[in-house]
Ligand binder design. Structure first.
Ligand SMILES: *Cc1c(COP(=O)(O)O)cnc(C)c1O
Length: 311
């Protein structure tokens, strides 16, 4: 659920996922708890970044959310605050967050009341990477060394690595929101985010007229163009400049010139009947949009701005 459910809207996503049977919800930051807790019992929420201060430990105990403990320092903070159910992240090779395996025998860890023991894969989207098996081996050995109620290893791409990677619960993120981390999963994943924006002006260009900041586009003929109300402040980044097209039904409306903060200009040749006030779509099939924009499927969702109404 982190990053506002990858830009989708955390409260809406929490409600739908809870209704569909999801029972464990992970956020990254404390600031992300409230939106999820509005729809889900707080005992089903974990905070991946864990604890930085005694205040955070006290807050966590007060609302009944579980911290994910990532270091001996975090374990001590939690125990000093009175402890209780928590999760434990161990590092098996990504060298990002997580307790080093060398610390796993520390008495502070033995004193924790661990619900979920978890670890995170670095290269799950590379099926052939030997790092996957290496991390799996280390995780299995951590499972033997720590007592926990449940174990969790695979993110979206990890699920496709097979049942040995799945343990008691998986932690899909991107795949819930229409991302396809492994082509083998494509037939099971549907697009979730459909973007639309309003056509706010149309105009006629003559040959030689230029469009947008720095005049990156010059018309070579008379043409009708449209100004559409979506720009980089909405997450439609300048990396789309000159590379994509908006769409209306079957009609393709190529982007002309530079993406601005609040608008883009498109070629309306294929949609002669569209008028101001009509809506056009921003094609957001994530694997295809990633190829067109040079952004990752994750970035495409998480950059979406706050001016979209999320319906
Ligand atoms: C973000 C994250 C996930 C989800 O990853 P996806 O690749 O989006 O499925 C799972 N576990 C942890 C610890 C994460 O930080």
């Amino acid at each position: 659920m982190k990053a506002n459910a990858y830009g989708i809207g955390a409260s809406e996503a929490a409600k739908v996922l809870h209704g569909a049977g999801t029972r464990d919800f992970f956020v990254a930051h404390w600031s992300e708890v409230a939106a999820v807790a509005a729809k889900v019992p707080s005992s089903q929420i974990s905070v991946l970044h864990g604890l930085l201060s005694p205040d955070e430990a006290a807050y966590c105990r007060a609302i009944g959310v579980r911290p994910v403990i990532n270091s001996l320092r975090q374990a001590k903070l939690w125990l000093d605050a009175g402890g209780g159910a928590c999760d434990l992240m161990v590092d098996t090779g990504i060298n990002r967050l997580g307790l080093p395996l060398a610390d796993i025998g520390n008495p502070l860890i033995a004193a924790l009341e661990i619900d979920i023991l978890l670890s995170h894969l670095a290269s799950a989207d590379e099926v052939e990477s030997p790092q996957n098996e290496q991390q799996l081996e280390r995780f299995v050995s951590a499972c033997g060394a720590v007592s926990a109620r449940r174990r969790s290893f695979a993110n979206s791409a990890g699920i496709a690595l097979g049942s040995r990677y799945q343990f008691d619960l998986t932690r899909p993120g991107i795949a819930l929101y229409g991302g396809v981390p492994n082509p083998a999963m494509a037939e099971h994943i549907a697009q979730v985010a459909y973007l639309e924006a309003a056509l706010i002006q149309t105009r006629e260009l003559s040959a030689g007229d230029k469009v947008g900041y720095n005049a990156l586009f010059t018309a070579d003929r008379s043409m009708r163009v449209g100004v559409v109300s979506v720009g980089y402040a909405d997450g439609f980044l300048r990396s789309w400049t000159g590379r994509g097209a908006l769409q209306h039904g079957e009609a393709r409306l190529p982007l002309l010139g530079r993406v601005s903060m609040d608008m883009v200009v498109v070629d309306m040749t294929q949609a002669p009947r569209l008028v101001e006030g009509d809506w056009v779509s921003v094609p957001y099939n994530l694997p295809e949009a990633a190829l067109a924009s040079g952004l990752s499927q994750y970035e495409l969702l998480t950059v979406l701005g706050q001016r979209f109404s999320r319906i």
